[in-house]
Design a protein around this ligand. Structure first.
Ligand SMILES: [Zn+2]
Length: 104
């Protein structure tokens, strides 16, 4: 079962400046547009993956940590599974302050 990611990472990829452990200095991390979803028993963890533009080291931006699957909108969850670019950009631009979204 393979899904196509029609909208690949474009020149509008969000970036984050942060310390890279491999470069040993502050580097620019570019949003890969890929989500990592970890279903761990009753909880879900979701990260958005970034890569250091110098050495390709990955950094995972936490989107949801230990949330109940029922608290996440089904369409949103599917967007995470599909690595939806629009969703990636939306969360990348959101400084981790996404928790309110699961209250709805
Ligand atoms: Zn690096």
């Amino acid at each position: 079962m393979e899904r196509k990611n029609r909208r690949g990472v474009g020149p509008d990829a969000p970036t984050r400046s942060r310390h890279c452990s491999k470069c040993k200095k502050t580097s620019r991390f570019v949003c890969s547009g890929k989500f990592r979803v970890n279903a761990n028993g009753k909880h879900l963890d979701i990260w958005l993956i970034y890569r250091c533009e110098r050495c390709n080291t990955t950094w995972n931006q936490e989107i949801f940590a230990r949330v109940k699957p029922s608290r996440i909108d089904k369409e949103l969850y599917q967007a995470f599974l599909d690595n939806d670019w629009e969703t990636a950009k939306r969360y990348a631009g959101n400084n981790g302050g996404t928790r309110h979204e699961i209250q709805t």
